[in-house]
Write a protein that binds this ligand. Structure first.
Ligand code: BG6
Length: 296
């Protein structure tokens, strides 16, 4: 069965290999596992709640209509990272055979009314989420449509938790020369180092990074993950390290920060404005590639 529609999740299996699979929880349309020939590519906390009581800690949570927590503006009342990751999406089924692709949808009717009411102007939207599983890649694509009669604006982000062997042996490439906002220092600066390395908590928003720049996670000289972006100018790089992960009850095991790094392609530095009837598409492709230093 290449596509299993279970009560709380959908499991998609590649026709050429039963161990190449993606599992999507209907809650949040959260990808909670992606394996290539049996090898897990994503990090999922062993303490993640998968029962719909809390956004999933790990995998690929979806961030909409706001990234982080805003102090002012129409999203100021919304909780951190909005409501898409806390809503149960509708499974639309298979939409393509090769690469095997499935779709999920979210509109205001599926969002908890109290949560939705916190977004000013009760903006009407349709989100169509397409997940395409290939032999060695996973594409996640979102289409946001304004089905309202007025303009509204939003952030989008794929909060991708990539699995790695050891954070201290890993680095993230191709970001030198880019402007980043450091969420810990509360400062913007130009990235000067040839690679991002991790020896403490890192929480940075790299802004308007050219789409041609691939983001690679390199471990002991080998490119473990490559992330390509389509329509998503910003990249958040996050590792919570010891103290921050200790403060998150659903972050387990506590040593888990060593085995993950979040590379989060998004549209978050600015809000994307959408006119009535307008559609916008953003996608990430996670795959394997050779080492490609595009900036040092
Ligand atoms: C990242 C943010 O995207 O998400 C961090 O840059 C934040 O600041 C992290 O801590 C996790 O957020 P949450 O809401 O899932 O705990």
């Amino acid at each position: 069965m290449p596509i299993e529609d279970l009560e709380d999740r959908v499991v998609v299996t590649h026709p050429s290999d039963p161990k190449t699979q993606v599992t999507i929880l209907k809650f949040g349309a959260t990808v909670i596992s992606w394996t290539i020939k049996g090898e897990e590519q994503l990090w999922l906390s062993t303490g993640a709640l998968l029962d719909g009581s809390k956004a999933v800690r790990g995998g690929i949570p979806l961030v909409f209509p706001v990234f982080g927590k805003k102090e002012t503006g129409p999203t100021a009342q919304l909780p951190q990272h909005g409501f898409a990751r806390n809503s149960t999406w509708e499974f639309l089924g298979q939409v393509r055979e090769s690469p095997l692709s499935v779709q999920f949808a979210l509109s205001p009717e599926q969002v908890d009314p109290e949560l939705y009411s916190k977004w000013e102007n009760s903006n009407d939207f349709t989100l169509i989420y397409t997940i395409a599983l290939d032999t060695e890649s996973l594409e996640t694509k979102i289409e946001v449509e304004n089905v309202d009669s007025h303009e509204w604006e939003f952030n989008w982000l794929f909060h991708t938790y990539l699995k790695i062997d050891d954070i201290e042996d890993s680095m993230v490439s191709n970001l030198p020369g880019e402007i980043c906002y450091d969420q810990l220092l509360k400062q913007s600066y130009e990235e000067r180092l040839p690679v991002v390395t991790f020896h403490e908590e890192v929480d940075r928003i790299y802004q308007q990074v050219p789409e041609s720049k691939l983001i690679q996670v390199v471990s002991l000289g080998n490119p473990i993950h490559t992330v390509k972006r389509i329509g998503l100018p910003d990249v958040v790089v996050w590792n919570p390290w010891v103290n921050k992960s200790n403060g998150m009850a659903d972050f387990q095991p506590k040593s888990g920060y060593k085995n993950m790094v979040c590379i989060e392609p998004g549209y978050v530095h600015e809000f994307k404005k959408l006119a009535p009837g307008e559609k916008w598409i953003g996608a990430q492709v996670l795959y394997k590639d050779e080492l490609k230093y595009q900036a040092i």
